[in-house]
Design a protein around this ligand. Structure first.
Ligand code: SAH
Length: 449
């Protein structure tokens, strides 16, 4: 059927109306276009369609730069100019905040874009398998919804060094006919290659495996040296847990080199080990944290609570401008990293890091009399727990800075915070951390009424 695209969905799909009036979601279609589409999924109130043909194209449509676009599933917005993708992300945030948050006049600012939206990822995760027919290694991404690995010679959002590293590992596998030691073999094998690159262009490579030790290590080192000179600083083997939840779910062993890399945000130094969480887009992390700092508007006398603080990256940037920062984070290893990072940057005196559940620990702190002037939250996609939101309102900080990677839960939580009548949303600032994908980060500032 033919559909006029009138809007954009939260996953960057074109939205229009099917013949029967139900909403139709069409990945790959853009607002302003007329398309031919076919239904592949029926729900009560909407249909999901496949784009068959663009009948009349948007002036903002461009040819995707990446040959894997559409198959890989990593990027969903390469068919539109970068500027338009920023506008559409703003629109997604705006409609979500209005619809779910019920905030008719909250200011949604234009999306802060990247100077260079390509090759921004400082961390790569590549799936590995062996082609049954040729016995050659296939390294790339799992096809959406399956475990089939789609080979990729390049990924345009990855750092070039990550791609070189991965290609060198592929050469080494080929040279040594490392096919029994593959993901199909029962004995175990190489499942993923994870790469991390810091601002100084130093690399950490993590071979995520099941089963036995990595064979022909000297040859691998030589291949990496030939391809990357001295840039590879550390090589790890990670033995995956029996049923891994992600590529880095397991135990690490340093094969060669130094145990950690360091990275820099502003004038702060952070250590990166294989399993440490660190934001993946360096330039835009500084932009995002810059927005969080601006929203916090610290003068130096404040006590700040940073909930969901990870390895303390935002906490330490805040600590440079505040009297005291308390960071809370569920992951005990991240809290160890945060403490080390504080020491490394001479900020131990001004910071306290607590490992635990954010709602539980915050409630404990409030009941002990802590009254932060500013509360910063940066929760995972599911947002902030309702009991923490209501405790935050009761505790009455001057400002709440909400850093979010999910507009829907941000909108839901802004609604809860503002319904108290004690807080108002000053603005929401979208930040393009994940260019060419459907994702958008936001910093929302709430002030006490
Ligand atoms: N602010 C950090 C990390 C943000 S990611 C940064 O910018 O790097 C969100 C963090 O929330 C993760 O580190 C995750 O481990 C943590 N987290 C998830 N659930 C939590 C909970 N219930 N209590 C505290 N932290 C939690």
């Amino acid at each position: 059927m033919q559909i006029e695209i009138t809007g954009i969905g939260s996953e960057f799909q074109g939205v229009g109306r099917a013949e029967d009036g139900r909403a139709a979601f069409i990945p790959g279609a853009l607002p302003g276009e007329r398309v031919e589409a076919s239904v592949f999924k029926n729900a009560d109130r909407f249909v999901e369609c496949r784009l068959e043909q663009v009948l009349s194209a948007s002036p903002d449509r461009i040819a995707p730069r990446c040959p894997h676009f559409g198959v890989c599933g990593g990027c969903r917005a390469q068919h539109v100019t970068y500027q338009k993708s920023l506008d559409l992300k703003r629109q997604i945030v705006e409609q979500t905040v209005r619809r779910i948050g019920g905030l008719a006049d909250a200011e949604i600012r234009p999306t802060l874009g990247a100077e260079n939206p390509w090759r921004y990822r400082n961390k790569g995760e590549f799936a590995v398998s062996t082609d049954r027919a040729t016995n050659l290694p296939v390294i790339g991404q799992c096809e959406g919804g399956s475990h089939r690995v789609v080979g990729m010679s390049d990924c345009l959002i990855q750092h070039e060094l990550s791609m070189k590293a991965v290609s060198a590992v592929g050469q080494w596998m080929q040279k040594h006919k490392i096919s029994v030691w593959d993901s199909c073999g029962r004995e175990g094998g190489l499942r993923y290659i994870v790469t991390r690159v810091n601002v100084r262009e130093e690399l950490m490579i993590i071979l995520c495996t099941t089963g036995r030790a990595v064979p022909s290590v000297e040859s691998l080192q030589k291949t990496l040296r030939d391809a990357l000179g001295g840039k590879v600083k550390s090589l790890y083997q990670l033995t995956l847990s029996p049923r891994p939840h992600h590529a880095l779910d397991g135990r690490c062993r340093l094969i060669w080199g130094q145990p950690e890399l360091t990275d820099q945000l502003f004038d702060l130094t952070f250590s990166i080990s294989p399993q440490t969480f660190f934001q993946v887009n360096h330039a835009m992390t500084e932009a995002l944290y810059g927005e969080a700092l601006r929203a916090a508007a610290l003068e130096g006398h404040e006590t700040v609570l940073d909930a969901y603080c990870g390895a303390g990256t935002i906490s330490l940037a805040l600590a440079q401008k505040a009297k005291r920062v308390i960071g809370v984070e569920l992951n005990a290893k991240a809290i160890e990293d945060a403490k080390q990072n504080a020491a490394r940057n001479g900020l131990t005196e001004k910071t306290r890091f607590i490992a635990g559940d954010a709602p539980e620990e915050a409630l404990k702190l409030f009941s002990q009399g802590l009254r932060p002037d500013v509360i910063v939250v940066d929760p995972p996609r599911k947002g902030v727990e309702a009991r923490l939101l209501s405790a935050m309102v009761k505790c009455s900080p001057e400002r709440i800075v909400y850093v979010s990677c999910n507009p829907s839960t941000l909108a839901r939580d802004l609604k809860i915070l503002t319904e108290s009548g004690q807080y108002r949303v000053e603005y929401v600032q979208p930040v393009d951390m994940f260019s060419w994908t459907e994702h958008v980060e936001n910093v929302a500032l709430l002030t006490r009424v």
